[in-house]
Design a protein around this ligand. Structure first.
Ligand code: PLP
Length: 231
């Protein structure tokens, strides 16, 4: 099998799994988008994949920027931690930032976005697994700063929430984490002040190679898959 045939096969398997998970949970497969995570992929693999698919995720702003310049027709998403001194670089090259993990970072994005005459699209990252190795807001934190978040919504388009489940052998272990993300979103979206700010929080970025089926069943709209695409 050539490289492109392998990538096509892997994409088809993933799409098939998404369709089955959607059918099982009464969802429309068109509401689930794959973000092909290219952080470990070689440049040859990335180039070849771009002939088949055009939504890619990178976890480092520098590599995202370099690759975006070479493949500008791909929609690039930043999925990894963002330092405040890299915000300008990220906004110049990323269509969506999945990983906003502090109010200070959101404020910086608003400020740099205004400077670039952009209204950047972002997701707020929640840490629901309780692991200190993962960044993100707890649900209590996000609730307590929600009014401050909404004040920035004129400058930043807050499209939804993102989370990473704890690693586990059993993908079912991730399900409660995904369900909780959806419930957090539903709670925040149902607040009158959220609707008044024009936010629907429609995006839920959750699920990776090992647990995306559970994520789709729990309402994921963006799934971030690396190893299964390139395996
Ligand atoms: C690497 C990464 C992924 C993809 O992980 P795979 O297990 O290779 O699918 C998804 N999300 C984030 C934030 C990542 O850093």
């Amino acid at each position: 099998m050539s490289l492109i045939e392998k990538l096509q096969h892997n994409l088809q398997m993933i799409v098939g799994d998404i369709e089955v998970a959607c059918a099982r949970s009464g969802r429309n497969a068109a509401d689930v988008k794959l973000v092909a995570v290219t952080k470990y992929a070689t440049w040859a693999d990335v180039q070849e994949l771009s002939r088949l698919y055009q939504i890619f995720g990178e976890n480092r702003p520098q590599q995202l920027a370099e690759r975006q310049l070479l493949l500008p027709d791909v929609q690039w998403h930043l999925i990894g931690q963002l330092q405040r001194n890299k915000v300008r670089l990220a906004l110049q090259h990323a269509a969506l930032i999945h990983s906003v993990d502090s109010l200070k970072l959101l404020e910086r994005i608003a400020e740099v976005g205004a400077d670039l005459h952009q209204r950047p699209r972002v997701l707020l990252q929640l840490n629901l697994s309780g692991e200190s190795s993962k960044s993100g807001f707890t649900f209590d934190e996000i609730k307590s700063i929600w009014s401050d978040v909404l004040k920035l919504s004129d400058q930043v388009r807050i499209d939804g929430l993102m989370t990473m489940a704890a690693e586990s052998e059993n993908p079912e272990d991730a399900r409660p984490c995904f369900r909780t993300l959806r419930e957090c979103r539903d709670e925040l979206a149902s607040r009158p002040e959220t609707a008044a700010a024009g936010l629907t929080l429609q995006e839920l970025s959750m699920g990776m190679s090992g647990d995306f089926i559970q994520a789709v069943e729990e309402g994921a709209t963006l799934i971030r898959i690396g190893s299964r695409v390139f395996a």
